[in-house]
Ligand binder design. Structure first.
Ligand code: NPG
Length: 369
């Protein structure tokens, strides 16, 4: 494939409500959209990194810099041999930076699939036309406020609730949701690394609430700690931040550190590695689900396609556009009886709305090939 040009568009989107996790509160979502222009098509993807390196070591300005000065020059060296399948190998000498690598690979894959008329779902091996949608509920100022939010999401049709937790906001919100909405609601919690193994006895107090899983309770590099914790609590442990590759997934499963995996393509360097994690987990009988990073319609489209693969058996953080944005960058993803439809058009299968993009863009950088 012959690339003519790669552009980086910095955009900032207001969130419909503040989103608080154990590592901070977001009121807007800033991202870099990558546009890859070829003779016959253009591919789009969005960077999942946040402005500050709090979820992981990557951050948005760092991603832009590493793309411009280190990653894109290596892609240029491939010339016409450049395809999405060659991107990871070409970029491997650059250590780390999975989110920066992922956005480039994804934009190139989008352009490539648009050239050949194949959808993301078709390329990745999706077997479902629609996927069940869960919703992630941030930490709030009061239990009542949180219960109102959960009531609203359940009324909209969301099929699974994920509560963000941290020390001081864990047992009480879970108990309150169970008391108000009953045992039938699919419920899970996400700690974003906020606990240590010394909290095992406290985390065991979640056991009676029949949660689907507790996500990333301990530090990302504490695989052994998760394996030990798994012996001390009954709630299944799901890993997110700890899993950056299929090799990580195989190791964590083998060591008993997790029995569920949250697959976020951005965290693992792209959709090709995400699919390998899906395959490794499936081979071990470990279910996976698709995580989210507050994506606009651009990133959501590709995530929904991935979530159509057979071992994505739990509802993902694949919410409707309206969960985060009153105006999305694409036609909005909408809930249909608790599901999102997997786009069927070529590539990611959704188009950017040019007027919205223009309004939200603060800067554009162009690199000629
Ligand atoms: O629905 O897109 C979504 C967000 C789901 O809670 C969510 N994401 O830790 O998984 C997470 C969290 C997150 C958001 C992480 C933004 C990093 C950035």
């Amino acid at each position: 494939m012959k690339i003519e040009n790669i552009e980086l568009h910095r955009v900032c989107m207001p969130l419909v409500s503040p989103f608080r996790t154990s590592f901070g509160t977001a009121t807007e979502r800033e991202t870099t959209l990558v546009r890859v222009v070829t003779a016959e098509a253009e591919g789009w993807a969005e960077c999942a990194a946040e402005p500050d390196p709090l979820y992981s070591s990557e951050f948005l300005d760092g991603c832009d810099l590493v793309m411009r000065d280190h990653l894109i020059p290596r892609l240029k060296m491939l010339g016409d041999r450049l395809t999405a399948e060659h991107v990871a190998t070409a970029l491997a000498p650059v250590k780390g930076h999975p989110m920066a690598k992922a956005v480039l690979e994804t934009a190139i894959l989008d352009a490539q699939l648009k050239e050949s008329g194949v959808s993301f779902g078709g390329y990745l091996g999706a077997v479902h036309e629609q996927v069940p949608a869960g919703v992630s509920v941030g930490i709030m100022d009061s239990i009542d406020e949180m219960l109102d939010a959960v009531a609203g999401y359940l009324a909209e049709g969301y099929l699974r609730i994920k509560l963000k937790i941290e020390p001081g906001w864990d047992i009480a919100p879970v108990r309150a949701v169970r008391e108000r909405f009953g045992d039938e609601v699919l419920l899970q919690v996400d700690a974003n690394t906020a606990y240590t193994l010394a909290d095992a006895r406290h985390l065991a107090r979640l056991d009676p609430f029949d949660l689907l899983l507790v996500e990333q309770p301990l530090a990302e590099d504490d695989i052994l700690g998760h394996a030990q914790l798994a012996k001390l609590i009954k709630t299944p442990i799901c890993l997110d931040e700890s899993i950056e590759s299929a090799r990580d997934a195989a190791a964590a499963i083998t060591l008993g550190a997790c029995s569920v995996i949250n697959v976020k393509p951005a965290r693992v360097g792209g959709y090709l590695e995400a699919r390998r994690i899906h395959d490794v987990a499936a081979a071990h009988g470990v279910p996976v689900w698709c995580g989210g990073m507050l994506e606009t319609g651009v990133g959501r489209a590709a995530n929904v396609a991935l979530a159509g693969l057979p071992n994505f058996v739990l509802p993902g953080d694949t919410s409707a556009s309206s969960r985060y944005y009153s105006q999305d960058l694409t036609e909005p993803f909408v809930l249909e009886e608790g599901h999102l439809r997997v786009p069927r058009g070529p590539g990611i299968g959704v188009d950017i709305l040019p007027d919205v993009l223009a309004e939200l863009t603060s800067s554009t950088t162009s690199v000629r090939f």
